[in-house]
Design a protein around this ligand. Structure first.
Ligand SMILES: Cc1cc2nc3c(=O)[nH]c(=O)nc-3n(C[C@H](O)[C@H](O)[C@H](O)COP(=O)(O)OP(=O)(O)OC[C@H]3O[C@@H](n4cnc5c(N)ncnc54)[C@H](O)[C@@H]3O)c2cc1C
Length: 403
């Protein structure tokens, strides 16, 4: 699968990479993680800190899958509003998911704070009503979140104009958010993990999984075999190819990074996204670029997506300028990436009936993929240790079987 088009900013920013060798012999380990993106890196950290002997394989290089295409806004607010999630799952499960995301953003912020080689920082997040007919819905969302104990400010038009130069009806301003360079974070986590004994093999492709009652026999594309007690499938959007059941649909998302600006205005401290779907969003980088993203479509054909990148970034720029006319910007790098969406907006972490209890899928699908990955790392660690994480049931494949 071709995961990216155009020039993803992080790939150019982090072009120099440390190489890991391919796996050219048969191998044994406790846990084999398939993938070396941000999800795999967070899982490797959780497992190794729990004392497990871990090995990773990736058919590309560390962080070079869709992690390199991510715009990496870390938010607790998922693509599906709390009120809508509550209609599907009931208020308790909806709050459980939102609360877990809030804690994940906080724990990612704590994790990255001391990492001098990882560009990251806490931010505010502003969700605004981008059509007058969304105003009531967004106001209701703010009220519900406040009632459920989430800290946020509900802003009206005059406050939005005054503080953000934004002519919108309603805004929800949250203090729990962050931004990160996802490639740097994946590399740093795996560097730390290799220091604790984790083995990383690049250009090593999984071909087949055969679970047995006591372990999993893994066949690689080069014919070598890995014998392990558990496999974690953190192969991003390509994990779906190992399941006969379709659990999500692939889409394409588009983004561009501007040239550095003298002053990114309020976006230096705050990310912003709108209430329409698909939504337009913006964040800044430490070197004062803006990254604008959105314009998602259902294209799943790489050549067609490649051809759309230029036009989509012009559309993103035009739409952004219509909302924020004071921030003029030029497109420096534009790109697109595959991402997958589940029907209900929640991810899948855990075993699937097709492979039994020793193969754990880590499908951090949705706009908040990185936040989900941080939760998934804990779910998978707990499951392997025979414990039950509070989100394990809600984020499991079991919810596909519920009527
Ligand atoms: C344009 C765009 C913007 C996004 N913005 C955000 C955002 O703002 N915030 C957010 O939280 N999320 C965002 N996401 C989603 C986020 O990027 C993803 O959730 C995240 O990158 C997924 O990481 P991953 O490690 O699961 O997948 P990947 O990074 O794709 O890693 C999976 C790895 O598995 C390897 N692999 C696949 N198959 C095999 C095999 N058979 N054998 C060996 N290795 C294999 C691949 O080579 C790859 O390196 C965005 C995504 C896109 C495309």
């Amino acid at each position: 699968m071709d995961l990216k088009s155009g020039s993803p900013f992080w790939m150019l920013k982090n072009a120099q990479a440390e190489f890991h060798p391919p796996l050219t012999d048969d191998h044994r380990c406790d846990v084999l993680i398939v993938g070396a993106g941000i999800t795999a890196a967070l899982i490797a950290r959780a497992l190794v800190d729990a004392g497990m002997q871990v090995c990773l394989i990736d058919k590309r290089q560390v962080g070079w899958g869709s992690t390199a295409a991510s715009t990496a806004l870390l938010q607790y607010e998922i693509d599906v509003e709390l009120q809508s999630l509550a209609r599907t799952f009931g208020i308790d499960d909806a709050v459980l998911a939102y609360r877990a995301c809030e804690q994940a953003v906080e724990s990612l912020t704590r994790l990255t704070r001391p990492m001098r080689d990882v560009d990251s920082r806490p931010m505010q997040s502003l969700y605004f009503s981008s059509h007058w007919y969304h105003d009531r819905r967004v106001r209701r969302e703010g009220k519900l979140r406040k009632e459920q104990g989430f800290a946020l400010e509900c802003l009206d038009n005059s406050e939005l104009q005054q503080r953000f130069g934004l002519d919108a009806g309603v805004g929800l301003l949250s203090a729990v958010a962050a931004e990160v360079d996802p490639v740097q974070l994946a590399r740093r986590l795996l560097k730390d993990a290799t220091g604790k004994g984790v083995r990383v093999f690049e250009r090593t492709c999984l071909k087949e999984l055969s679970p047995t009652p006591r372990g999993v026999n893994v066949t690689l594309a080069n014919g070598k075999r890995v014998r392990c007690k558990h496999v974690v499938m953190a192969a991003g959007y390509e994990s779906q190819g190992f399941l006969s059941e379709r659990v999500a649909r692939n889409r394409s998302s588009y983004a561009f990074a501007s040239d550095p600006m003298p002053d990114p205005g309020f976006l230096a401290n705050c990310m912003v996204w709108e209430s329409a779907r698909p939504y337009l969003y913006a964040r800044s980088t430490l070197d004062h670029r803006l990254i604008i993203g959105g314009e998602d479509d259902s294209i799943d054909i790489p050549l067609k997506r490649d051809a759309s990148v230029g036009k989509k970034s012009e559309t993103l720029k035009r739409k952004f300028n219509a909302w924020f006319p004071a921030l003029t910007l030029d497109v420096a790098f534009s790109w697109a990436g595959t991402f997958a969406e589940t029907k209900d907006g929640l991810p899948f972490f855990g075993p699937h009936q097709q492979y039994g209890p020793r193969v754990h899928f880590a499908m951090a699908y949705g706009g908040n993929g990185i936040t989900y990955s941080a939760i998934g790392a804990d779910i998978i660690r707990d499951t392997i240790q025979g414990k039950t994480h509070p989100c394990a049931r809600l984020f499991s494949f079991e919810r596909l079987r519920r009527k």
